[in-house]
Design a binder for this molecule. Structure first.
Ligand code: GLA
Length: 383
């Protein structure tokens, strides 16, 4: 008998005895119910979209039994947080490091998870190894850069062909600056805007059956959304094999962009593409000031840790309402949304504990002890 079957049997026996009036329980609650397995997010939303989570570090070696139980119970799709990024697998030319990525894919396969590969090209210089852009002492030519990109994508996506259901092919290629279109980078400078189309073409060759995704942040905001739609239309006009758009969804409590999301999902559907919510979290500590006024507030902010002793319950309740509202919205767009992935497993594992400065964060559905938060319960109730 499994642990779950044992619990169910014990609970049923207790229910029978209390029902017959043989046993009474204070407050009318059955003690065994406290041990009941959590209801499952992935089951609740199974007919709408898949529910995923990103996992960092060594998987499964770095995860506790409680964490592994949570992963298995709640999520259907896994995204590797870092181990498939260029800066991880391709630090040096001609030498690939697949140790962590292989372990990740193996774990997912043995445990019945689908995988979203992340990411083939991250269009930011700080995340692209320098050797890609150099030829001896000189800058690499366009042809050489594209050749290297092709080799990278064929090697990485080819290695896991048939095992990875979707790929974030290009990440964050749009510029945040008001007047800009594509983010200035060496990719753009050396290869021109075609590096994006080429990445999708190489990905299609290497992973013919995978869902190919363009992924970005704030791309639901009207100004950036307009740039994104321009990019997607240009790619589709040229028959570039892009299948879906990733809306990262790194939101802040008090500023969740419901209306912008709604409009963006309509626009994505209008293009005939799918959407994924690829990196969802709702931060409790606002971070806008960090990026404002040319970084003038950073010194002061880097010392601030407002919730180090705990997050006020009313804040967590607001977050719970925001999560529930989001899931209601996602559900209304279930025909276009393929998947909703949380960025990290629980509050203690969130990247936001160190971004953009070190502080204590509470952005997810589970607390540091893997216990469900109010937000989890509200998402489970959302209709
Ligand atoms: C971006 C990237 C992710 C990850 C997060 C922070 O959103 O797409 O790979 O680095 O930032 O963890």
């Amino acid at each position: 008998m499994t642990r779950r079957e044992g619990l169910v049997q014990r609970r049923d026996a207790l229910r029978l005895l209390t029902g017959l009036g043989i046993l009474a329980w204070p407050g009318g609650r059955l003690a065994a119910e406290a041990d009941d397995p959590l209801p499952s997010l992935k089951e609740k939303y199974a007919s709408d979209f898949a529910i995923g989570v990103s996992l960092g570090g060594n998987v499964p070696a770095d995860y506790s039994p409680e964490e592994l139980a949570l992963i298995r119970g709640q999520f259907a799709v896994l995204t590797p947080e870092n181990c498939m990024k260029m800066e991880h697998v391709a630090r040096r030319e001609g030498r690939f490091d697949f140790g962590q990525a292989d372990a990740f894919v193996d774990f997912a396969g043995k445990n019945g998870f689908a995988i979203c590969g992340h990411v083939l090209v991250w269009a930011r210089d700080e995340h692209s190894p320098k050797w890609f852009f150099a030829q001896g002492d000189k800058p690499a030519s366009r042809d050489l850069l594209l050749e290297r990109l092709r080799t990278h994508i064929q090697t990485l996506a080819g290695r896991y062909e048939g095992k990875i259901a979707s790929w974030d092919v290009v990440n964050e290629a749009l510029d945040d600056a008001k007047e800009g279109y594509l983010r200035p980078s060496r990719w753009l400078e050396v290869a021109g805007p075609e590096f994006i189309a080429k990445a999708f073409e190489y990905a299609r060759e290497a992973a013919p059956r995978a869902l190919l995704i363009y992924n970005d942040y704030n791309n639901e905001q009207p100004a950036k959304r307009a740039k994104m739609l321009r990019l997607l239309r240009a790619l589709l006009d040229k028959h570039v094999p892009v299948d879906a758009v990733g809306l990262q969804g790194h939101f802040q409590s008090g500023q969740v962009p419901f209306k912008a999301l709604d409009e963006t999902l309509v626009a994505i559907k209008g293009l005939g593409l799918k959407a994924v919510i690829s990196e969802l979290d709702i931060a409790m500590v606002p971070r806008d000031r960090w990026f404002a006024d040319n970084g003038a507030h950073r010194k002061e902010l880097s010392k601030s840790d407002p919730y180090k002793d705990g997050c006020p319950p009313e804040r967590l309740e607001r977050q719970a309402r925001e999560y529930a509202e989001l899931f209601r919205l996602f559900r209304r767009h279930a025909r276009v949304i393929e998947r909703v992935t949380f960025w990290n497993l629980h509050d203690g594992r969130s990247w936001l504990n160190t971004f953009p400065w070190k502080h204590t964060e509470y952005p997810l559905l589970f607390d540091r002890a893997c216990r469900p938060k109010t937000a989890f319960r509200e998402v489970m109730k959302a209709t």
